[in-house]
Design a protein around this ligand. Structure first.
Ligand code: UDP
Length: 339
């Protein structure tokens, strides 16, 4: 990247990943237009970019055909991040999840097709469902739960997005690249829609017990958003990536219980560094971690994934990308950004 400057359109660009991507692409000398309806995105995420040369923000929904047609006509590459995400949001608003994800992606692909834009389509590790054979590699089967459990509507909607993107590539020759993000975290991520890291950090800073769902033995691999952004930019610049699907994730696996301990430890050290002393209202019982059954946390019969680890050899072969930041650095950055 960086040799030739392009015109990027980022859907959902006021969101967590999108705002970091916008910042990075601008820094590389590209022009960036963000389109976001601010449903889960936040103005404050992109406020620092306002006024930078090459940056433009359009508040609208990607389902507005007239606007999307104009924006697609003015860009070379669309990074499609706009989506309903977060287990909390998905479980409580499945209609919005399914409709936003499928109709939004259709609107983006249709607009891109009119102008031949390259499309980088964001997908998710959720599409692997509750597959048990880790690490997950791109050609693995998807093992999804029943339609009676709303959690699975997210995976199903993103799988349809992938099918649709690949179909536009095969049938119309549209240059489409799909990337599956695995538990991406970092500064600016909101805990409101369920994401565990910002929630744990917030609770630890406020002296609230950390709510660990289930027995906490389930594992995840957390990727720093800066690494995710580098992967997306590398794929955008990689001609062989067209028509392909890539895992983008960290391979540093940690259980959620261990994550809770690491967050508490990191926040304690941060408090000491700031000369703040012990956590406020630290429970006398010393119970700084509470185990909450899944049914209580989400919905009856909720199904969680026990392990989720990506095989990232495909993107490494194509672009040389490997994650650079480990969990310690991630927690440090999140804590530092949350004061
Ligand atoms: N989790 C938790 N407490 C919370 C939120 C999440 O223990 O307050 C657990 C959740 O059950 C899952 C893991 O943390 O096992 C990661 O959850 P998140 O929603 O961040 O991402 P997911 O991997 O489920 O998409």
């Amino acid at each position: 990247m960086g040799h030739e400057s392009s015109r990027f359109l980022i859907t959902g660009g006021a969101g967590f990943v999108g705002s970091h991507l916008a910042e990075a692409l601008l820094a590389q000398g590209h022009a960036v237009t963000v389109v976001d309806d601010l449903s889960t995105g936040r103005m404050e995420n992109i406020a620092p970019l306002a006024g930078q040369p090459g940056f433009r923000f359009v508040i609208d929904t990607i389902e507005n055909e007239v606007v999307m047609d104009r924006l697609a006509g003015e860009c070379d590459t669309i990074v499609h991040l706009a989506a309903a995400v977060g287990v909390e949001l998905v479980v409580h608003d499945p209609v919005r999840t399914i409709e936003t994800n499928i109709l939004g992606t259709r609107a983006v692909l249709q607009a891109a097709k009119r102008y031949g834009c390259k499309v980088l389509l964001a997908s998710t590790s959720e599409v692997y469902g509750r597959g048990v054979r880790v690490p997950f590699s791109e050609e693995d089967d998807r093992v999804e739960g029943p339609t009676t459990k709303s959690r699975w509507c997210y995976a199903a909607s993103k799988a349809v997005d992938e099918f649709l993107g690949l179909a536009y590539h095969r049938q119309y020759g549209l240059p489409v690249v799909i990337f599956r993000l695995f538990n991406t975290v970092g500064p600016r991520q909101s805990g409101r829609y369920g994401m565990v890291v910002p929630r744990f950090v917030r609770w630890a800073m406020e002296g609230e017990p950390l709510a660990v769902y289930g027995d906490g033995s389930q594992t995840r691999c957390f990727l720093h958003v800066a690494d995710a952004v580098r992967a997306i930019a590398a794929l955008a610049a990689c001609p062989e990536a067209v028509g392909q699907v890539y895992n983008v994730g960290s391979t540093e696996e940690v259980s959620i219980l261990e994550l809770a301990r690491r967050v508490l430890d990191r926040v304690d050290r941060w408090r000491a560094e700031q000369g703040l002393g012990g956590a406020p209202g630290q429970p006398a019982s010393g119970a700084r971690i509470r185990l909450i059954p899944y049914e209580e946390a989400y919905e009856a019969g909720f199904e969680d994934m026990q392990r989720r680890v990506p095989d990232t050899s495909k993107i490494r072969r194509a672009t040389g990308w490997v994650p650079e930041k480990g969990l310690e650095e991630i927690l440090g950055d999140v804590v530092g950004s949350m004061k």
